[in-house]
Design a protein around this ligand. Structure first.
Ligand SMILES: *Cc1c(COP(=O)(O)O)cnc(C)c1O
Length: 358
């Protein structure tokens, strides 16, 4: 498929951010976006890169009513060598197609989508911040676009990709965050959509997230829906527990988002001298393990936050502090190794990085 490219004239382009240390996350968008439409007879068509603009839809459009929406998050980096690198974007596209199947949406062609993302990043490459800890966040999204109020899958779709220069995901930066455990709420149940990166999962989590924020917590640590006993994950990160050199993360049972960062740590950590175990972890084991010192660190993993140390777990009964609420050596080590690979500062033994200019 030929991607049409319509770029903004130089003088109409937005001024760049001036300070990459105060970017935050997902507030600034670049000059261009990629769009492509789906029609049952035509398939995917009209792939194009065009100026970033507002989209216009009828109020009856399916996505506004029944949330037929999926998205992805992947990143591009500029290394000290000036090379632009994409990190495992092929894994994100593959996951998007699994989300698409779960939400009755059409699969995107993997090669065209990867090519479109590469081309878009090329067009907006001046927007990639260069400092360690910054990157260009890439947000592929698909929405159902039929103007129809019956509950069914849409026939037509829009797929788009937008770009945002970002710094740290949390206001805390690379510092420990606090997580709230609240047994009144559930993120995903067996048979539900927890495994898909579908917008509705996040809409349903907002109330618990707000209560967490009121208690000084950055996010919610979700437990399983049935017993409220097994630790699952965090709002936008998978969760890890370090028992010294043994790293434990819950298994992918269908209710947990299969993170690309999680998958990367499962492969990378053993090379760095850690043992990785994927097994169920009960919240009681977590709390008692932290108190006894058996659990030495807790951290989350995700594209947005990379590796994010957890300093406190807050429950209705108690607040448990991990590693004096400081960044621990394991979190620091994994963060350094992973960002090192992403920025081209460390070797890439798994071939995870794709150079934009070959
Ligand atoms: C995106 C996401 C993650 C992390 O996945 P990555 O591919 O590592 O970015 C974890 N949990 C949830 C709920 C997510 O939405």
């Amino acid at each position: 498929m030929e991607i049409a490219i319509q770029t903004l004239p130089e003088q109409q382009r937005k001024p760049l951010f001036t300070d990459s240390s105060s970017l935050g996350f997902g507030r600034i968008f670049t000059d261009h976006m990629f769009t492509m439409r789906y029609h049952p007879e035509k398939g995917w068509h009209e792939p194009k890169i065009e100026p970033y603009r507002a989209l216009e839809f009828e109020p009856a459009t399916i996505v506004f009513h029944y949330g037929q929406e999926i998205f992805e998050g992947t990143k591009a980096f500029v290394g000290e060598d000036g090379q632009v690198r994409l990190f495992r974007t092929d894994r994100n596209i593959a996951r998007m197609n699994r989300s698409a199947e779960r939400m009755c949406m059409p699969r995107v062609p993997e090669d065209v989508t990867l090519q479109a993302i590469e081309e878009l990043v090329r067009v907006d490459r001046r927007w990639i911040p260069k400092e360690r800890g910054t990157s260009l966040y890439i947000r592929p999204t698909m929405i159902g676009t039929d103007p129809f109020l019956g509950v069914r899958a849409s026939d037509t779709y829009l797929f788009f990709v937008i770009l945002s220069p970002v710094g740290a995901y949390y206001a805390e930066g690379f510092n420990p965050v606090s997580l709230l455990v609240d047994k009144r709420f559930t993120r995903a149940a067996t048979g539900g959509t927890g495994e898909a990166k579908a917008g509705g999962n996040y809409g349903g989590s907002l109330l618990a997230g707000r209560i967490a924020a009121e208690k000084g917590c950055a996010q919610v640590l979700w437990l399983d829906a049935k017993e409220h006993r097994w630790v699952e994950e965090v709002g936008a990160m998978n969760i890890w527990f370090a028992f010294g050199n043994k790293l434990v993360t819950p298994p992918l049972t269908g209710t947990i988002l299969p993170g690309v960062t999680r998958e990367s740590l499962v492969e990378l950590a053993p090379k760095l001298g850690y043992e990785v175990e994927q097994r169920q972890v009960a919240i009681d084991e977590v709390l008692s393990g932290i108190k006894s010192g058996e659990i030495t660190e807790v951290f989350g993993s995700g594209t947005a936050a990379v590796v994010s140390p957890v300093g406190k777990i807050v429950t209705e009964e108690e607040t448990v502090v991990i590693n004096d609420n400081k960044v621990g050596p394991v979190s620091q080590h994994l963060f350094d190794e992973l960002t090192g690979i992403q920025m081209g500062a460390k070797p890439d033994p798994f071939g995870w990085v794709r150079m934009l200019d070959k």
